[in-house]
Design a protein around this ligand. Structure first.
Ligand code: NAD
Length: 264
């Protein structure tokens, strides 16, 4: 079978650089082009030294020159939306890791996937371990009445609490079908108790030296249960991204969340 032809949008970014390497290392995929606002030249030398590919600031130009099967996007929401429209117009599938979309943005993607018959996978978290952590927390939350989340990130992260912690809390509450219970002591609601979402207090730690970590702690009489995920480096996203690249070419639909591709 021919390798899947991939273009990376945001190729000089922290995650984009990892995607470039991962696509080049996988025999089932081939990097055919790269797009980057800050492209330093019009050619990107492939990491394995096997040649050079077009490296431009304009996605349309790269789509026309390289005819990819999939565009992988790790940029900013403001750049992703025009990229989705351009890919849809060219009938090119997309894997999107960029965060910060509005519900209207997601609706537009869903509608473009349907009308243009392309696959679009959007996943706010491509780390398999993080997706499994949420899945396991959903199961545990059905059986344990008290839960709190501690999320820990590097000190350059702008938002708090993290999107993943909010998703975890909402998913846990949804799976449980009723609220989690508050602490027994009345008045235990000072600022140091964190922000409450769905009855789950979320505590945000921001420190240099950290990357992305989250612990979900359940409490019940006489026992606790902790489910923890640690991101060591950005390689953690690559198995999820590569799975999505291979799946998106087979599915002509809009898919939100890596959990759907894992069959969880
Ligand atoms: N889904 C996930 O698992 C996951 C994981 C990590 C980061 N992210 C998200 O991915 C995005 C990128 O993260 P990052 O850490 O790599 O950021 P980054 O700032 O290091 O990289 C973004 C890159 O996109 C480029 N870019 C911006 N606008 C562009 C445009 N119009 N055309 C071409 N290139 C453009 C920038 O120049 C930059 O090189 C963020 O939204 C982040 O929240 C998602």
């Amino acid at each position: 079978m021919e390798p899947i032809k991939v273009v990376v949008h945001g190729a000089a970014g922290r995650v984009g650089q990892e995607v470039v390497k991962a696509v080049c290392q996988d025999p089932e995929t081939r990097l055919v082009g790269a797009v980057e606002l800050k492209a330093p030249s019009d050619k990107l030398i492939l990491p394995d030294g096997s040649g050079a590919i077009p490296y431009l600031a304009d996605l349309e130009e790269v789509l026309e020159a390289c005819l990819p099967d999939v565009v992988v996007d790790f940029t900013i929401a403001k750049a992703s939306i025009p990229a989705v429209r351009a890919c849809a117009a060219h009938g090119v599938n997309m894997v999107i890791g960029t965060t910060g979309f509005t519900p209207a943005d997601l609706k537009e993607m869903e509608s473009l996937a349907a009308t243009r018959k392309i696959g679009i996978v959007v996943a706010p978290n491509f780390a398999l371990g993080a997706v499994l952590m949420i899945h396991l927390a959903r199961i545990a939350g059905r059986f344990m009445d008290h839960a709190e989340i501690i999320e820990l990130h590097h000190d350059r992260k702008l938002d708090a609490p993290s999107g993943t912690s909010l998703t975890t809390a909402r998913d846990m509450a949804g799976a449980r079908g009723k609220p989690f219970l508050p602490p027994a002591a009345k008045g235990a609601d000072s600022a140091s108790r964190g922000e409450s979402t769905e009855g789950i207090n979320i505590h945000s730690v921001r420190l240099p030296g950290l990357m992305a970590h989250q612990e979900v702690i359940f409490g019940a009489p006489g026992q606790t249960l902790s489910i923890r995920h640690d991101t060591i480096n950005r390689e953690c996203y690559m198995p999820g991204v590569m799975l999505a690249v291979k799946e998106v070419v087979k599915r002509k639909e809009f898919i939100y969340g890596l959990d759907k591709l894992l069959g969880l």
